[in-house]
Design a protein around this ligand. Structure first.
Ligand code: ADP
Ligand code: MG
Length: 243
């Protein structure tokens, strides 16, 4: 017997993302993504690689429900993103953490406030925030930097604040769009170690990158886009260079 408020099951329990023949055109007839079909399971670490303009950020924006497919079906965490009601989008997004190349921190707020802010907007009680923020800042290696403003931190530290902010609401999926794009090789590797730890603790991680060294070193699933089409999807891949 079905329980009254139970959501209809749209995907398997171990799946977090299902795309079925998804296309997205910003202008009619010019697809940024074409006929993409894939499944991502809970706990996976997935790289999405490809040249500039190949559709990587479009892929991330679809998952965040910033944009909707022009064609095809898209299911994320048992939400049908083609049909989700506007008032349900904030609740849906709580399940996703997101990190960008340019950090996107509040410049006039300190580290602690940048992270606490993510909890305040979803109305987590103050007592809980005071517990959660130091915990997540310790996880990313920033205990002791609470009071610094972003401008006083290195790029690697700023990205760790952004990761802490993405994690503090305990998302099921972490999306990262070129998170090491503004970092030097050392800071990039530190961020990768952190993302791997986060993944090992159970969070699904989907990371867009151009960085071949990182992709080759990590030996994770690699999905390669070219002109909006998936040209390869390897389980434990390196950067796909063939033309
Ligand atoms: P990537 O992140 O791989 O560089 P994008 O997903 O940003 O690629 O872009 C894919 C294609 O869609 C590109 O040709 C880009 O110019 C186009 N595009 C992206 N965003 C928009 C937009 N808001 N309006 C029109 N075209 C866009
Ligand atoms: Mg992009």
């Amino acid at each position: 017997m079905a329980l009254p408020n139970r959501k209809k099951k749209l995907m398997e329990d171990d799946e977090v993302i299902v795309m079925e023949n998804v296309s997205k055109s910003y202008q009619a007839g010019i697809p940024a993504l074409s006929n993409v079909s894939l499944k991502i399971k809970k706990g996976e670490f997935v790289f999405v690689v490809g040249d500039s303009g190949s559709g990587k950020s479009t892929f991330i924006k679809l998952l965040l429900r910033e944009i909707v497919p022009t064609e095809g079906n898209l299911y994320v965490l048992n939400y049908n993103l083609n049909k989700i009601k506007h008032r349900k989008i904030p609740k849906f997004r709580r399940n996703l953490g997101v990190v960008f190349q340019d950090f996107r921190l509040l410049k006039d707020r300190n580290v602690y406030e940048n992270v606490a802010f993510a909890q305040r907007i979803i109305q987590v009680p103050g007592k809980q925030i005071r517990k959660n923020v130091p915990k997540v800042l310790a996880t990313v290696g920033l205990a002791g930097k609470y009071k610094a403003k972003p401008g006083k931190l290195s790029g690697g530290e700023q990205q760790r604040v952004a990761i802490a902010r993405a994690l503090v609401n305990r998302p099921t999926v972490l999306l990262a769009d070129e998170p090491t794009g503004n970092l030097d090789p050392n800071n990039s590797m530190e961020i990768m170690r952190l993302l791997e730890e986060i993944n090992n603790a159970g969070t699904t991680v989907i990371m867009v990158t151009h960085n071949k060294d990182i992709v080759n070193a990590m030996q994770k699933r690699v999905i390669t886009l070219r002109k909006g089409v998936i040209v390869s999807d390897h389980e434990r891949g390196g950067y796909d260079d063939e033309d």
